[in-house]
Design a protein around this ligand. Structure first.
Ligand code: VNL
Ligand code: VNL
Ligand code: MN
Length: 371
């Protein structure tokens, strides 16, 4: 085929693509009034006491899949993982320097995966409290730069609820983080309903953050380091979300708000099929279609997925009010995440909502814009 024929064959596509591009450039070239205010919503941190406990886990022969990353980060760092621990432990000057260098206004901090969820119950309960105290201190030292999600120990749902109440009412934190399964169990199980009930009553969202697939589905993830961010994390959280939707747990807690990262852990792309196969009345207790739960109870963040097509798809599928920007610091680099939110083909209104407006509403972040 010569060039002329090829152009003829492609002209239909080309015309459509050109129209898209014109629209995109028109949107991109609209100058914004002032700088884009940016709140990053999945930003990891830790404290030395928890790092020490994770180091102890890394020294055991435990063959749980999360131990692979824990060894890489806390015990035997490689060149790629060496910068993670110092970055996680800094919730002050260095983090703020990094934010300033890239024009990031705020980090919504959360204790990094697997949080306290691999510890024995007593250790988990007390380290969650300690982490919440430290994060609240960091926020009160830098209220214009940090907000924070609280941890709790799902291992003891009753005391988890107490800590959730303390974190919101006394520490003024902005919601909760749960690193997916706890000892292979998921939040749809009735023993965890007090946690869902408390989050709903406190009107504070639960961010379900990834960890590696639970032991029951671990085997195929044991090769090629598939357990981690490359694929396993998404399968784990996606499975957690589908359990919450198909179990009917969300019928009991209709106002519960759940946030998931990584552009919705592939769930938005699956909604049509989930609805077709998982409609109410088919062997399951769910009263609504999965897409109805997803639009009602969930919001997503862009952490680690800087793909403008995926972003546009998610906005069109679930609505721009349910999409928030995130970096996934320190596991993802800041500069490309900033470039993504500043240049993605969005209207001004969409960009403002995703960069900060939705996070202010959903996490009740009070922005103290420094002059
Ligand atoms: C990674 C990425 C790890 C995102 C994370 O938590 C995370 C990773 C432990 O690439 O290792 O949230
Ligand atoms: C809101 C908050 C919506 C948290 C959410 O999902 C959520 C909201 C729709 O304030 O609108 O998970
Ligand atoms: Mn993360």
């Amino acid at each position: 085929m010569d060039r002329r024929t090829a152009l003829g064959v492609m002209s239909g596509f080309a015309a459509a693509a050109a129209a898209d591009l014109r629209e995109i450039h028109a949107q991109e070239s609209t100058p914004r009034r002032g700088r884009l205010f940016k709140i990053a919503t999945e930003e990891a941190c830790s404290i030395p006491e928890i790092a020490e406990e994770l180091r102890n886990i890394a020294r055991t022969g435990w063959d749980n899949l999360d131990v692979l990353l824990i060894r890489d980060v806390y015990l035997r760092p490689s060149r790629t993982t060496a910068r993670f621990l110092p970055s996680l432990l800094d919730i002050g000057a260095h983090r703020i320097e990094e934010m300033d260098a890239h024009g990031v206004d705020m980090h919504l901090l959360s204790l990094t995966a697997p949080g306290v969820q691999m510890f024995d119950t007593e250790t988990a309960v007390s380290l969650a409290q300690l982490a919440n105290d430290r994060l609240a201190e960091a926020v009160s030292a830098h209220p214009a730069r940090f907000a924070a999600l609280a941890s709790f120990a799902p291992q003891d749902p009753k005391r988890a609820v107490k800590e959730m109440e303390r974190a919101i009412r006394e520490l003024g934190m902005n919601g909760f983080v749960v690193n997916s399964h706890t000892n292979g169990e998921y939040l749809d199980q009735p023993k965890y309903w007090p946690i869902l009930e408390a989050a709903e009553a406190l009107d504070a969202p639960i961010y379900i953050h990834p960890r590696a697939p639970s032991d029951g589905m671990a085997a195929p993830f044991r090769d090629y380091r598939m357990e981690a961010a490359v694929w396993g994390y998404g399968c784990e959280v996606g499975t957690h979300v589908v359990r919450l939707m198909l179990s009917g747990a969300l019928d009991r807690f209709p106002k519960l708000k759940i946030v998931i990262g990584h552009m919705g852990e592939a769930i938005p792309f699956w909604l049509w099929r989930l609805d077709f196969m998982g409609a109410p009345g088919e062997r399951r207790p769910n009263q609504l279609k999965p897409s109805e739960y997803f639009r009602r109870n969930f919001a997503i963040t862009t952490s680690g997925v800087e793909d403008p097509l995926a972003l546009r798809y998610c906005i069109d599928r679930i609505g721009v009010d349910s999409v928030m920007w995130a970096i996934d610091y320190p596991y993802q680099p800041t500069a490309p995440a900033v470039k993504f939110i500043e240049t993605a083909p969005l209207s001004d209104e969409e960009r403002e909502k995703i960069a900060h407006g939705n996070a202010e509403r959903i996490f009740r972040i009070r922005v103290a814009r420094e002059s």
